[in-house]
Write a protein that binds this ligand. Structure first.
Ligand SMILES: C[S@@+](CC[C@H](N)C(=O)[O-])C[C@H]1O[C@@H](n2cnc3c(N)ncnc32)[C@H](O)[C@@H]1O
Length: 375
C-alpha cells in the first residue's frame, strides 16, 4: 500500500527518517508530506510509534486534473469495496492549494457523489454520508493540478497527546517539538536542557521519546475494512514490550516564570514523566547560577516578540543567553526555533557561534527558522 503522512513543513526529512525506522519505504518528502510504501503492519507501527507526524493516510488514488469533471471521472473509476463496508458511513474533507475556478466544498461534494455511485455499482448499495463522525473519512487534496484521494487512518491528529492540562500562551506543537529533538541529533544517553521551557513541551517530548512511548487513541484504521484486529493486537503487544519504563536520562527544563514552571510540572505529571525531568526556576541569561551540569544538547524555543518594539529586548536576551550558554557547555549542540530570525543570527555573530544548519518552518501561523549551532 502507499501512504502519506503529514509532517512539519521544512522538517519532512526528520519525519521520513523516523518513518523509515518503523519500516516505511520512503518515496518522496516535501510540502509537509511524506509519502511511503508499506504493509498493514507499517500502518499500525507508524501510527503507534511515530512522534514527528500528525496523521497517516492511505493513498487511494492520484491523478492530474483540470476541472471538477476530471475529479469526478477519476474518483468514479476507483473501487472502494476493499476499504469501506456496506453498512458504514463516509465523509469527504477537501483541501485546495493554488488557483482554481471552484472551492473546496465543491471538490468534497463531487468526490462524495463519485464514491457513492462507484460503490452502488459494485456493491449494489448506497453508502450513508456522515460529515461529522463518519466511519471512513476520505481526504481530497488538490494542489495546483495534482489530485490525491486518501483515507485517514489516524483519526484525531497525533500532535494531541492529551497531557497538556496547562496551556502556555506560546506553546510549541508537540510534533514540532519532537521533530526538533530528532533534528538536534539527541540520543537519551546525552544530557539535555530546555532553558526556556514554558509549559514543558520539549523536555516532556524528550522523555516520551526516550521511553519509546506508544501513542494511544481510538485509531480510525480500526473501522476500515482492511483492518486486522489480531495483527493489530500483536503489534501493540510488541511495541509495548519495547517501551522503557525507567529510561536513564538527564533532562532539565528551566523557565524564568514560576507560573509557567508550575504548569510544566502539571503537564509532565499528566504525561507520566515528572520523575525524569529536573524543573528549575531560573534565568537563561545566567545559566551557570542555576544549571549544575554541562548539557550536551540544548533544544529551545525562546520568546520571539512579534511587535517590533519588543525586538530590541529579544535581541539582547538572545545575546546574553548565548554568552551564558558558552560558559556552561562549550562543545554542546544548540537547536532553536524562532521567528526572530535576524535577532538570533546577530546574537550568534556577536558570540562567534557557528550556525551549522538552518531550516524554514511554520511556528503556528508565523514563518520561523530552525537553527542548529555548535556552541
Ligand atoms: C515561546 S515560550 C516557550 C514555550 C514552550 N516551548 C511550550 O511549549 O510551552 C518562551 C518561554 O521563555 C521564557 N523566558 C523568557 N525569558 C527567559 C529567561 N531570561 N530565562 C528563562 N526563561 C525565559 C518565558 O517565560 C516563556 O515561557
Amino acid at each position: 500500500m502507499q501512504f502519506m503522512a503529514t509532517a512539519v513543513k521544512g522538517l519532512e526529512d526528520v519525519a521520513g527518517a523516523e518513518l523509515r525506522e518503523l519500516g516505511a519505504e520512503i518515496i518522496r518528502k516535501a510540502g509537509g508530506r511524506v509519502e511511503f510504501r508499506g504493509s498493514l503492519e507499517t500502518l499500525y507501527k507508524t501510527n503507534l510509534a511515530a512522534r514527528c507526524i500528525n496523521r497517516v493516510f492511505i493513498i487511494i488514488h492520484r491523478a492530474n486534473v483540470e476541472c471538477l469533471d476530471d475529479i469526478y471521472r477519476e474518483c468514479r473509476e476507483v473501487d472502494y469495496s476493499w476499504i469501506i463496508s456496506k453498512n458504514q458511513s463516509f465523509g469527504v474533507r477537501a483541501k485546495r492549494i493554488g488557483e482554481h475556478p471552484f472551492k473546496s466544498p465543491e471538490i468534497a461534494s463531487t468526490v462524495g457523489r463519485a464514491i457513492t455511485e462507484s460503490f452502488a455499482e459494485s456493491e449494489g448499495e448506497r453508502l450513508k454520508v456522515n460529515l461529522d463522525m463518519p466511519d471512513v473519512e476520505f481526504h481530497a487534496l488538490l494542489r495546483e493540478k495534482e489530485f490525491i484521494l486518501t483515507v485517514n487512518t489516524t483519526g484525531d491528529s497525533l500532535h494531541k497527546r492529551g497531557y497538556r492540562e496547562y496551556q502556555h500562551y506560546a506553546s510549541i506543537k508537540t510534533t514540532l517539538a519532537s521533530s526538533l529533538i530528532k533534528f538536534s541529533g539527541w540520543k537519551p544517553s546525552f544530557s539535555f536542557l530546555d532553558p526556556m521551557c514554558g509549559g514543558g513541551t520539549i523536555p516532556i517530548e524528550a522523555v516520551l521519546m526516550a521511553k519509546k512511548k506508544t501513542n494511544t487513541r481510538d485509531f480510525a484504521f480500526r473501522k476500515l475494512k482492511i483492518h486486522n484486529e489480531e495483527l493489530y493486537v500483536e503489534i501493540v503487544r510488541r511495541m509495548k514490550e519495547k517501551e522503557i519504563e525507567k529510561p536513564n536520562v538527564k533532562i532539565a527544563g528551566m523557565d524564568i516564570s514560576s507560573k509557567h514552571l508550575e504548569g510544566a510540572i502539571r503537564n509532565a505529571k499528566n504525561a507520566g514523566v515528572l520523575s525524569f525531568i529536573e524543573f528549575i526556576r531560573g534565568d537563561a541569561r545566567k545559566l551557570s547560577k542555576y544549571i549544575k551540569f554541562s548539557p550536551e544538547f540544548i533544544v529551545v524555543n525562546p520568546p520571539y516578540g512579534i511587535r517590533s518594539s519588543r525586538k530590541r529586548i529579544i535581541g539582547a536576551l538572545y545575546r546574553d543567553f548565548l554568552r551564558s550558554l558558552r560558559e556552561i557547555s562549550c562543545g554542546s549542540t544548540l537547536t532553536a526555533v524562532t521567528a526572530a530570525i535576524k535577532e538570533f543570527k546577530s546574537a550568534c555573530e556577536a558570540n562567534e557561534i557557528e550556525i551549522t544548519e538552518e531550516r524554514s518552518v511554520m511556528y503556528g501561523n508565523l514563518p520561523a527558522e530552525v537553527f542548529k549551532c555548535s556552541i
